[in-house]
Design a protein around this ligand. Structure first.
Ligand code: DAT
Ligand code: MG
Length: 148
């Protein structure tokens, strides 16, 4: 089954949105496969956001994501990568549709509450960057026959 990496960013943690965000993916029908509250090192931040290293906001982005604890998660389910991106809303919360996480909880692109992998390749890369194999659990959920 497809997996994705999602992360409540430092602003979301400070604004007490962990529970709300977990709840949205849980009630949608996805399965939580791993989760941890953690601090991101400078090195991990630069690896994670490597694709943006030449963008003018890169320094700001690394400073922000390392500024406080994040809540890192692995979620599993059919089409979870693209569905989670739709549930997050557009990168800039000002353009994100109400009902999406960024549309409901954010105002500025620099503090947009949540990260989510944008492709199969980035999901695999990011899950492995943040989680070791033994932190990702494989288990049955009893509601699965009512979802699939
Ligand atoms: P997303 O997080 O939706 O995948 P992205 O990968 O293009 O968006 O950018 C990563 C993060 O970088 C984004 O969540 C917020 C920040 N960012 C993107 N564009 C920005 C900009 N123009 N100014 C400031 N920060 C920006
Ligand atoms: Mg991205």
């Amino acid at each position: 089954m497809e997996k994705t990496f999602l992360m409540v960013k430092p602003d979301g943690v400070q604004r007490n949105l962990i529970g709300e965000i977990v709840s949205r993916f849980e009630t949608k029908g996805f399965k939580l496969a791993g989760a941890k509250l953690m601090n991101i090192s400078d090195e991990l931040a630069k690896q994670h956001y490597g694709e943006h290293k030449d963008r003018p906001f890169f320094g700001e982005l690394v400073d922000f994501i390392t500024s406080g604890p994040v809540f890192a998660m692995v979620w599993e389910g059919e089409n979870v990568i693209s569905t989670a991106r739709n549930m997050m809303g557009k990168t800039n919360p000002a353009e994100a549709t109400p009902g999406t996480i960024r549309g409901d909880f954010g105002l500025t692109v620099g503090k947009n509450v949540i990260h989510g992998s944008d492709s199969l390749e980035s999901a695999e890369r990011e899950v492995n960057l943040f989680f070791s194999k033994n932190e990702i659990l494989s288990y049955e959920k009893q509601d699965s026959s009512w979802i699939y």
